[in-house]
Design a protein around this ligand. Structure first.
Ligand code: SF4
Length: 423
């Protein structure tokens, strides 16, 4: 049993938690009513590393456009990623699309009611699969997301970082033992709510906690000691060049990134790795030649495993004897931004730091704002337990120009950007 054994006359852990949930729990979330396996699955995938309040508007837009597995499976992945942009962790968006196709091809468009089959869907791990089955079908499976790990580690005073297999095994065993015989959907939501609203990482409200009576960490006044933090490890630092290629009409070159790696499958300005020649990259990948005009102040972006410093390089498109190479291709677009507003970037899932850079640079021309930008904005990090978004912009519909010009382009670059807006 987690914590000490309940005293005689004291209700079991699950009963106390459910009684608290009936009064204080979150029972009006959009995926709870109407409740379906599709909506529960979608919400659970969106909630991985992201807070409920952030997820709700994304969820509502998503189900309005894709109400079921069939419509999602039939969609273009670009449209899925554009609706996902802002939730971060874009692999989740791609997995979502792939999982919908798999449900269609292997399960006749219905979520299987079997833990192994659900876990076999792309992007679905053991805890997510259990949460889907418990909430969609009332199945008796334990969950162990970041919030639940924190609650159980404190309640039973489990030492060690939950990321290690030995500690995770202990926590899974506790989670299984605490399961009630009935009301599995409510219990699953209740234990997630307890972690999200009372047993929080920084300010646990033990005085109001329904399971405080047998919580060991609380009794021993060692709540801050659990769960043990991840052992510190230096995050590697990388540098790259962000290539802003402008043609004579003021359109800029964007390309679709490879499906794997950072920003996989999203549209972005071309990125040259450290030591990679921008000229060679653009010639090989896009068949164009450019002339570098201006290097802009670098800015940083934090990924889970490394930190990236991006230095924007403004380049002018120069004459090319191979105009056919400049035509529209599936993996490249020339984006018209003459309106100098975000509307020009519509319909494309752009990574937040790239969108932030473009917004600062081009909003400046329209707004003649002369304030100084932060050349190295604070990195956006995601907390494993805090469900934080990595990016936050959705761009509703595309606007691209005709192909790049073959005439010599020497547009004077604008100032280096000044208007920092949320991205
Ligand atoms: S008593 Fe405090 S530490 Fe223990 S489970 Fe409740 S909120 Fe968490």
């Amino acid at each position: 049993m987690s914590g000490r054994k309940p005293a005689v006359g004291e209700a079991p852990f699950a009963d106390r938690l459910l009684a608290w949930f009936d009064v204080h729990g979150r029972r009006t979330l959009p995926w709870q009513s109407p409740r379906s396996a599709y909506r529960v699955w979608l919400s659970e995938v969106m909630l991985q590393q992201t807070q409920v309040a952030t997820v709700i508007p994304y969820f509502e837009r998503f189900v309005a456009r894709f109400p079921d597995f069939r419509s999602l499976a039939a969609a273009d992945v670009d449209e899925v990623l554009a609706l996902w942009a802002g939730l971060g962790y874009y692999a989740r968006g791609r997995n979502l699309h792939a999982a919908a196709k798999q449900v269609g091809s292997l399960h006749r468009g219905e979520m299987p009611n079997d833990l192994e089959a659900v876990q076999a869907l792309p992007g679905v791990g053991r805890s997510t699969a259990a949460a889907i089955l418990a909430q969609a079908f009332g199945a008796r499976h334990a969950i162990l997301d970041g919030n639940v790990k924190r609650v159980l580690a404190r309640h039973a005073a489990v030492a060690g970082w939950p990321g290690t297999p030995k500690v995770a095994e202990q926590l899974w065993a506790i989670a299984e033992r605490l399961l009630p015989a009935t009301r599995l959907a409510d219990y699953t939501q209740a234990i997630m709510d307890l972690g999200a609203t009372l047993c929080t990482a920084r300010a646990p409200a033990c005085a109001r906690c329904p399971v405080a009576a047998d919580c060991i960490a609380h009794r021993e006044e060692r709540v801050g000691a659990f769960p043990s933090p991840k052992p510190a490890r230096a995050r590697p630092y990388r540098r790259a060049t962000l290539l802003l290629v402008e043609n004579a009409q003021g359109a800029i070159l964007i390309e679709r990134r490879p499906p794997t790696g950072i920003w996989g499958g999203l549209w972005s300005l071309p990125v040259a790795a450290e030591g990679e020649s921008a000229d060679q990259l653009l010639r090989q990948r896009h068949g164009i030649r450019v002339e570098p005009l201006d290097t802009l102040p670098a800015f940083r972006h934090a990924f889970t495993h490394f930190e990236l410093e991006l230095t924007p390089l403004v380049c002018a498109l120069i004459d090319d004897e191979r105009p056919d190479e400049l035509r529209e291709r599936p993996d490249q677009r020339w984006l018209t931004i003459s309106a100098r507003s975000d509307d020009a970037f519509t319909g494309i899932g752009l990574p937040a730091p790239v969108l932030g850079f473009l917004s600062r640079r081009y909003a400046l021309n329209a707004l003649t704002d002369t304030s100084t930008p932060d050349p190295c904005p604070a990195p956006s990090t995601a907390s494993s337990s805090g469900r934080k978004p990595k990016a936050s912009r959705v761009l509703p519909s595309p606007a691209t120009s005709a192909s790049g010009s073959t005439s010599r382009s020497r547009r004077k670059p604008g100032p280096t950007g000044s208007r920092t807006r949320p991205d």
